[in-house]
Design a protein around this ligand. Sequence first.
Ligand code: ADP
Ligand code: ZN
Length: 213
Amino acid sequence: MKLILMGPPGAGKGTQARRVAESYGVPQLSTGDMLRAAVKAGTEVGQRAKAAMESGGLVTDDIVVGIIADRIGEADCGKGFILDGFPRTVAQAVALDAMLAERGLHIDHVIDIAADTEALVSRITGRSTCAKCGEGYHAVHKKPAVAGVCDKCGGNLTTRADDNEETVRNRLAVYHQQTAPVIDHYRNGGTFRTVDGMLPMDTVYTELCAILG
Ligand code: ADP
Ligand code: ZN
């Protein structure tokens, strides 16, 4: 199964990608997670990506295309993969088409999780994630029993540096300008579907599974 999960920041791509990856036994390839890991580790890629990420802009296409090209060549991607946060520009989509064609592969499903802008701002500015197990929380919609502590594993909850209102608004603007056109790139391919990201998370998940079969 080779799936692209699209959607604006805060639509729930990451959460859904994680669940789908777990139940279908394929890896979740999140360029955001990979870039944050590179920044944290202080690698060359991380150093080149840091400023763009902090401002809510996009990291250059050559960096993310390189990361994905390396990653899909790894053994665990043999059964398929879920792309979460990539492609984010038409140029990235074109590069992905080329790297898949080279390997005789193709994308099976492109699913866009749609959501409205104001809801996204409040979702993102209230969210936190367990540093240990990755479970997501929200200050209003999904409070942990003890503030700052994960219900599941007791790990510390962390907030992303780019989840402040100013940066979020910039990320949303970038999404509308640069990532929304990627939808048109796939819309004519026959594999494109949209799900309503304003529905409860479990409902979104059920709808995704219905599409994936
Ligand atoms: P979100 O979808 O909530 O904005 P991500 O974790 O997917 O969060 O991405 C965080 C940041 O990482 C983006 O704002 C951007 O700077 C960078 N990034 C992630 N994926 C890409 C990509 N495919 N192309 C360019 N930049 C990216
Ligand atoms: Zn946890």
